[in-house]
Design a protein around this ligand. Structure first.
Ligand code: 4AD
Ligand code: MG
Length: 459
């Protein structure tokens, strides 16, 4: 007999004579001559109540069953007389699968997030984390749907790479050299010619550069995969291993790039509102009271757009004392970004045309010579969720920028080739998948939306 999932049974539109359910016990309540089990099989936030009478075959085998244990039940799906549920299962036959002793850490009481992080292998069995990871899966699917339905091709860019896309230097090195006695060249530097790839390699910080090669071939592409950053940022929004979505679009300027980014965020948020009702209800009620309104707002209202220069003026005009001073030419810090989106505009904001000197080599230089066609999408509660730009498609200017950034014309010759042969204006962006998931669920820490988080000092 095939197992029926609880998600299906709780929405059943009729009684069912014989179903097999298998799951983990959330609670057990004993009464005279029978007991109740609240069973959860992970398919849904909701449990299914099972009534086990003492004359049911297997009754004794469940003597030891308590919170956390696993069981198999064959029975009849009948209307429930109890409160809070439409259906329950009247057991006809029960089997013990696995006991959980009283040391099972997830007994029915509130646990701190810190404690739950220490048992990352068990926390998906809680209501909260079950919901987080079901929504994570849905969100991933929604992202693929958006791009596939809008004519984008999915490209898998390499995880091991020799290029440093963002030029920020926060790269994890990949090597098989003997760390105790690495080979050195005559001038004392590490000799990577005898390393596995005969050169220095890293874990990718972004698939963008390779994505550009495919966008300038297939037209519209996206990548969606793990990225790695060795930045020592111990914040609630930074992880050392995170997933990034990076669309790249040929024949596209910054204006259209911002349109894509905004449409994309709206579309996936709406998709989650439409498909994750039960799980979202938990976040609305227990995680973030303002969440529902915020998500609806994002779907319904246009994002604000403001140039970096205007944003700086606006921040200066507040007369506020910032931890990091605001001045034209400096990066916007999280406190500035959050002021813009949470207090000033009270909506998502797209900031564009950033100073050239604080941005990577590949961004297209604007006519003013001082700014580049870059944009960031900022959302309330998080700040930057998307970073993107129009790419420099003019070979001479690109080569000049590479030189300024100390980037080898030989190593990046392939990248320059994309401008040598049929160069076209093109743009793209990167969206931090976990940041979007935080936004959608109201979860406050990135460590709590990744199955097994990797952060500084913690793997
Ligand atoms: O702004 P970033 O660094 O942009 C890029 O990497 C570009 N190559 C993207 C592109 O144009 N194709 O990163 C993009 C997004 C950020 O907006 C943020 O949401 C997320 O990636 N992100 C992180 N998320 C979690 N932990 C970190 N350490 C992150 N660093 C960036
Ligand atoms: Mg960025």
């Amino acid at each position: 007999m095939k197992r029926t999932e609880i998600a299906e049974l709780i929405n059943s539109d009729c009684e069912r004579d014989r179903v097999l359910i298998q799951g983990w016990v959330r609670t057990r309540r004993d009464s005279k001559g029978f007991f109740f089990l609240e069973l959860n099989d992970g398919s849904s936030l909701k449990n299914l109540q099972v009534v086990v009478n003492s004359d049911v075959p297997g009754f004794e085998s469940l003597d030891a069953i308590s919170t956390g244990g696993s069981v198999s039940v064959v029975g009849k799906l009948v209307p429930s007389e109890g409160k809070g549920q439409t259906w329950e299962v009247q057991a006809a036959e029960v089997t013990l699968i696995g006991v959980a002793d009283e040391n099972f850490p997830l007994q029915k009481k509130r646990h701190s997030m810190e404690f739950l992080r220490e048992i990352a292998h068990l926390r998906p069995r809680t209501n909260l984390f079950g919901a987080v990871f079901r929504v994570r899966s849905r969100l991933s699917f929604a992202i693929h749907r958006f791009f596939q339905e809008h004519g984008f091709f999915y490209v898998n860019t390499p995880i091991i790479t020799s290029s440093d896309c963002e030029g920020a230097g926060d790269l994890f090195k990949v090597t098989t050299l003997d760390m105790d006695a690495p080979p050195r060249s005559e001038d004392g530097f590490l000799d990577f010619s005898s390393d596995f790839f005969s050169q220095q390699t890293y874990l990718t910080v972004s698939g963008q550069l390779e994505g550009e090669a495919f966008a300038t071939s297939l037209g519209k592409i996206y990548t969606f995969g793990p990225t790695f950053r060795a930045e020592d940022s111990n914040t609630s929004r930074h992880a050392s291993e995170f997933w990034m979505v990076e669309p790249e679009i040929a024949f596209c300027d910054l204006q259209q790039d911002m349109d894509w980014a905004e449409d994309f965020v709206k579309w996936v948020v709406k998709e989650i509102l439409d498909t994750c009702e039960d799980d979202l209800e938990l976040f609305f009620n227990f995680v973030d009271k303002g969440l529902k309104e915020r998500l609806q707002f994002v779907v319904e209202r246009p994002f604000h757009r403001v140039s970096y220069t205007e944003a700086v003026e606006l921040l200066l005009a507040t007369g506020k004392k910032w931890e990091y001073p605001v001045e034209w030419g400096a990066n916007l810090q999280s406190e500035h970004e959050r002021y813009l989106t949470e207090e000033h505009f009270k909506s998502p904001v797209t900031v564009y045309d950033y100073p050239k000197d604080i941005k990577p080599f590949y961004m297209r230089v604007n006519d003013d010579g001082k700014t580049v066609a870059a944009m960031d999408v900022l959302v309330p509660g998080i700040g930057e969720i998307v970073g993107g730009s129009q790419r420099e498609e003019r070979l001479d200017i690109l080569l000049e920028n590479m030189k300024k950034h100390g980037i080898s014309e030989i190593d990046y010759g392939w990248y320059a080739d994309l401008r040598r042969y049929g160069s076209v204006p093109h743009s793209g962006f990167g969206l931090g998948f976990e940041r979007l998931l935080m936004f959608v669920t109201g979860m406050a820490n990135i460590r709590d939306v990744i199955p097994f988080a990797r952060t500084p000092g913690n793997a």
